[in-house]
Write a protein that binds this ligand. Structure first.
Ligand code: GLU
Length: 479
């Protein structure tokens, strides 16, 4: 089995395109197949090498390994359509279609076509291209070509036919070709159209299965007609449901759908991102939603792809990322976190011994959903005294709260607490002595120690700060 991912490098890699890449990759891996990257850069004006780099970076980040492609090479190169144009790959097939009568030179100008469309609208009938140029004599065509008249090469659609194919996701789909215009194979600038290039290349690269977004279903009759006219074996096709924003309209920039690399930069883990993406339009066999790449490969099949649109829910993605962060060892989490804090903050942190730094990172592990939030959670541990004093100066403590602080300080003095467990035991002892619930005890201690009403685990905070700092901060609040 040979599958391909065929992005157009006219923009950064985004969710919809990446989901298509992932499903092709999973299907290839699930079946021991080959995953090909083909860069569809026929639109020379809009294509840009920087987008190709962004696309490749995104695939790389998620570990979607490419077996054949522009960098990897392979037996079916070149893997960039701009290079294939230069090699004459499409010209050769266009000539073949002209010779067999499946295609013709069309000399209609854009204005001519506009007129045809306007007239159809006036008559209230659907517009179908008139194929006027196809009636020209060979002599007239040669004259027009010789005079340098601009032309496109159009495919002559078999208008008396119905074209049917079996979609791997949606089953049989049919099209009435009488409603379809003759479409452009080669544009007036000599470059191939998407429909033409994609067929020539999928066939030339021996692609067996094409998985892509359902916005391409409408292209199927055109592509299948070209396969037939060139006597080429068509691959099997499966079309994926659209990805929608929370308002159920097609996912777009408006929904904050940014470049994939931005998710990386915001501190999503690639495994979590890949896991979430796999669930956009596909469900696993069991209840379990958290699945490693290997588990996804094992479970992936096209019959569990949905037919209806999939909503991209950043909250769920964020939740899933949090689940992955909770599973990391403190060592690994620490090294990841250090990549996401500012250089200044990292320097301040490194002024503490490693054990303390780990303690702080472990304390925020349950709070953290994306790595870029780490610094704001860690601040409480590593901030300057002046920042703490600024926060605590507005806190007022009731008599009951003062009693909690006092009791805690007394017990602290008598203890040699060192670990988080020790401090938790101390807190329990305060609860018991004053016959108070945890909330009533933790709150004033947290407020006095950090100047904040919420934050990381209180036992971790106490274990982090030296006893003399704790005593000073809590004691000052009693004055
Ligand atoms: N270059 C096309 C796109 O990005 C490929 C579509 C296809 O998979 O055929 O939409």
């Amino acid at each position: 089995m040979r599958l391909r991912f065929a992005p157009s490098p006219t923009g950064n890699l985004h969710i919809g395109t990446l989901r298509a890449a992932l499903f092709n990759w999973l299907y290839a891996k699930a079946n021991g197949g080959t995953f090909v990257l083909r860069i569809e850069d026929t639109d020379l004006e809009r294509s840009d090498a920087q987008y190709e780099t962004n696309i490749v970076d995104g695939l790389d980040w998620l570990g979607l390994t490419i077996d054949e492609g522009p960098t990897q090479g392979g037996d079916y190169g070149s893997y960039r359509q701009s290079e294939r144009i230069k090699a004459g790959v499409y010209d050769e097939k266009a000539k073949k279609l002209l010779a067999s009568g499946h295609a013709y030179y069309c000399f209609l100008t854009p204005e001519d076509i506009e007129k045809e469309k306007a007239s159809a609208i006036k008559k209230g009938i659907p517009y179908v291209h008139s194929r006027r140029s196809s009636d020209m004599s060979e002599e007239d065509v040669n004259d027009a070509l010789a005079s340098g008249k601009p032309y496109a090469i159009r495919f002559k659609m078999m208008s008396d036919r119905e074209i049917t194919f079996k979609d791997l996701v949606r089953g049989d789909i049919s099209f009435d070709c009488s409603l379809l215009s003759d479409f452009v194979l080669v544009k007036s600038d000599g470059t191939p159209s998407y429909n033409f290039a994609v067929v020539v290349d999928d066939a030339a690269m021996a692609i067996t299965h094409v998985i892509r977004g359902e916005d391409h279903i409408s292209n199927m009759p055109r592509q299948l007609a070209i396969y037939e006219a060139l006597s080429l074996q068509a691959p099997q096709f499966g079309h994926l449901p659209m990805i929608l924003g929370p308002d159920k309209s097609k996912l777009s920039k408006r929904h904050g759908a940014t470049a994939i690399t931005e998710y990386r930069d915001r501190g999503f883990l690639s495994e979590a991102f890949l896991n979430y993406l796999a669930l956009l339009g596909w469900s696993p066999t069991g209840e379990q939603e958290i699945l490693s790449p290997d588990e996804l490969i094992k479970q992936f099949s096209l019959d569990r792809v949905h037919k209806s649109g999939a909503v991209f829910d950043v909250q769920k993605l964020t939740w899933m990322n949090g689940q992955y962060l909770r599973k990391l060892s403190v060592d690994v989490l620490y090294s990841l976190v250090m990549r996401y804090v500012s250089a200044d903050f990292s320097q301040i942190m490194q002024g503490y011994d490693l054990k303390k730094q780990h303690l702080a990172v472990a304390a925020i592990q349950d709070n953290l959903d994306v790595l870029s939030d780490a610094m704001s959670y860690l601040e409480v541990f590593f901030e300057r005294d002046s920042a703490y004093l600024d926060l605590v100066k507005d806190q007022a403590f009731t008599a009951d709260q003062c009693l909690v602080l006092k009791t805690f300080l007394e017990l602290l003095e008598q203890s040699d607490a060192d670990s988080m467990d020790d401090y938790n035991a101390l807190l329990d002892a305060v609860c018991k002595k004053l016959d108070l619930g945890k909330g009533k005890v933790f709150k004033p201690i947290r407020l006095a120690l950090t100047g904040r009403g919420s934050g990381p685990n209180i036992g971790a905070l106490l274990a982090f700060f030296e006893d003399d700092v704790i005593s000073k901060r809590l004691g000052d609040c009693l004055d």
